[in-house]
Write a protein that binds this ligand. Structure first.
Ligand SMILES: [Zn+2]
Length: 166
């Protein structure tokens, strides 16, 4: 089992040069079976470490560089793989830190409500948030109604002050 690359891209210069070594001067018909074997990696000497598959276009090519450390068959493939790597890095980054809508932190966010015994991270937040939702005590409620009733009366019409008329 070799690590067969299943994806081919537009063959780079190096891949074409390599294929031409085997097919130069042949008709298309003659070249076809040779190309097929070439793609399977059957034509070159397996021990030849200079012959490798381009990391980008996926075709076989011969690395003529002094150190034999190139990974791609051409400048275009090198650029292609860099572009690919950059977009993969972006994807990975996005996956790790999903772009959060920059939401303004609210005081209610200081309430750790999902625990069995919820608690506040910040006492000031607790006081400010709870006072808004505080249920009025019965006494305070009666006072509230009474004082509003004194002003508005039934039907919410503001009472005119007729005290002086009596
Ligand atoms: Zn290539």
């Amino acid at each position: 089992m070799d690590n067969q690359i299943n994806q081919y891209r537009e063959p780079g210069e190096g891949a074409i040069t390599f294929a031409l070594e085997y097919t130069k001067g042949l008709t298309k018909q003659e070249a076809e079976p040779i190309i097929a074997s070439l793609l399977k990696g059957e034509l070159h000497e397996v021990s030849d470490k200079r012959v490798k598959r381009c990391d980008y276009c996926g075709y076989w090519w011969r690395d003529e560089s002094v150190r034999n450390t190139k990974k791609t068959c051409s400048k275009e493939c090198k650029t292609g793989i860099k572009t690919l790597q950059r977009s993969q890095q972006r994807e990975r980054k996005a996956l790790l830190n999903p772009p959060s809508k920059k939401k303004k932190r609210r005081r209610a966010d200081d309430y750790v409500w999902w625990l069995e015994y919820p608690y506040w991270l910040d006492e000031d937040s607790m006081l400010r948030v709870t006072e808004r939702f505080e249920v009025l005590s019965e006494e305070a409620f009666i006072d509230h109604v009474a004082s509003n009733g004194a002003i508005y009366g039934i039907g919410n019409r503001k009472k005119t002050n007729r005290q002086g008329e009596f």
